[in-house]
Ligand binder design. Structure first.
Ligand SMILES: [Ca+2]
Ligand SMILES: [Ca+2]
Length: 195
């Protein structure tokens, strides 16, 4: 049964779906049509440990998975590749995670969507509607959790949709919905990576 999450809410995926092996994270959005420059959203997932302050930091630069680096070093996390318009119905970009293959050092995976060349194109999430994240059982296709991001992000250029994280040996998902005035490069640095 699918659970609709509110901002900040968490769900234990393995309790929801006992025996869960793989999850699929579907990210969807619509872009309000206007003339001018293309508007391209890109999703990324960062495989992180926790630092002494309990903040997530990337295990290494290779632990950043996105359209141009679609598989994590442990082979567990695979990105579906670039969608450039958000035009299609349903999930625009998809990330699958084979839970049993995830490097034991990884305890959190923030899932972030950024606007390609937002600064140069002077674009923000003000043009994005109907943003959501759905977490599926990849084996059955069942939706385990879904979250609609309906806050006002009109001055933001990066948006953390959620986090997949491991606690007490079980994988959970948190609906985050946090907007940032960052681009992808500055987001990577915020998580301890270098670009
Ligand atoms: Ca894209
Ligand atoms: Ca769409």
């Amino acid at each position: 049964m699918s659970t609709t999450l509110q901002t900040g809410h968490r769900i234990n995926l393995e309790k929801t779906a006992p025996g869960l092996k793989r999850v699929r994270i579907g990210l969807g959005w619509k872009v309000n049509a206007t003339e001018g420059q293309p508007f391209d959203l890109d999703s990324s997932v960062f495989l992180c440990r926790k630092n002494a302050d309990d903040d997530p930091v990337m295990i290494s630069n290779a632990h950043f998975v996105y359209y141009n680096h679609t598989t994590s070093p442990d082979g567990a996390v695979v990105h579906s590749g670039d969608n450039r318009t958000g035009d299609k119905d349903g999930d625009d970009e998809v990330i699958t995670v084979d839970l049993g293959k995830v490097d034991p050092a990884v305890v959190e995976m923030p899932i972030v969507v950024t606007i390609h060349e937002a600064d140069a194109r002077k674009q923000t999430f003000g043009r994005v509607t109907d943003a959501y994240v759905k977490v599926y059982n990849d084996e059955t296709g069942a939706v385990l959790a879904e979250y609609d991001l309906d806050a006002d992000y009109s001055d933001k250029t990066a948006l953390q949709f959620g986090s997949l994280y491991r606690k007490d040996g079980e994988w959970r998902f948190q609906a985050v919905g946090a907007g940032f005035k960052l681009n992808l490069a500055t987001f990577i640095r915020k998580l301890g990576g270098t670009v």
